[in-house]
Write a protein that binds this ligand. Structure first.
Ligand code: ZN
Length: 250
């Protein structure tokens, strides 16, 4: 007697998990309806330490105090962290929610660094945008996104970092987390960031709210930092905020 045919949903071992598989594996049955915060909050005008919608990550999962996520994302991150730990993989959070003022200080510091002085404003902004968001446009404003393990791309090529990213690509979807800045030549915007993971049950609706507001002309202008006037010329919303993993939708 021959082997029975494999079930239709058999996943072949040579197929690497994709973000789509990951999203499909996420169990949405106990997710509460999403309340999208006011646009000003999504543009970074939040104080996580004084806002009950946020919770601080404990020391055992992060490198420093003061790392906050929205409570749903926090809970999911903790579950993901503990599941990884059981598999011998440590997911250390390096950065989480960053308010506008924090992002503006990063941006303004890079804007004024000596090596940028010879650059025209547009070129200067484009150079910073390889890795850093323009204030008001960072997914880190939303309280849904977290940087894990290292901010150095080469750290994910081998050793501990390779283990971390392989684990995340296989299992993070089960906890609602997705890779945002994937290695895809067709993706505009930021360089690949193996460390940046987003809690999609919240960040998906948040991005839609920003895009809807932009279409309606109700998105507040980007202002309050060096070189803000180049934002429109760089299509920051189209190419950076929406320059994400193609399977996450627009
Ligand atoms: Zn990040």
């Amino acid at each position: 007697m021959g082997d029975p045919p494999p079930p239709a949903d058999t996943i072949h071992v040579d197929e690497r998990p994709t973000a789509v598989d990951a999203i499909e594996r996420f169990d949405t049955s106990d997710v509460q309806p999403v309340i999208v915060p006011p646009l000003t909050e999504l543009l970074g005008h939040v104080t996580p330490a004084k806002d009950s919608a946020f919770a601080e990550l404990p020391a055992r999962v992060s490198t420093r105090k003061g790392l906050f996520l929205r409570t749903e994302a926090h809970e999911a991150f903790m579950q993901m962290h503990d599941a990884a730990e059981k598999d011998g993989v440590i997911l250390t959070a390096l950065s989480a929610t960053r308010p506008f003022s924090h992002q503006a200080s990063i941006w303004n510091r890079k804007w004024k660094r000596p090596q940028a002085m010879g650059m025209a404003p547009l070129e200067r902004a484009r150079d910073i945008l390889k890795y850093s968001s323009m204030p008001g446009t960072s997914r880190h404003h939303w309280g849904t996104d977290v940087d894990i393990h290292s901010l150095e791309p080469s750290d994910f090529d081998a050793g501990e970092g390779a283990k971390v990213v392989a684990w995340l690509r296989s299992h993070a979807g089960r906890f609602g987390f997705v890779e945002v800045y994937t290695e895809d030549d067709a993706r505009p915007g930021y360089q690949p960031e193996a460390w940046h993971w987003s809690y999609l049950p919240l960040s998906g609706p948040f991005l839609s709210a920003i895009n809807d507001a932009n279409e309606k002309g109700t998105l507040p202008p980007l202002e309050g930092f060096e070189g803000a006037f180049v934002a429109d010329s760089l299509y920051v919303l189209r190419d950076y905020v929406n320059g994400i993993n193609a399977t996450l939708g627009k």
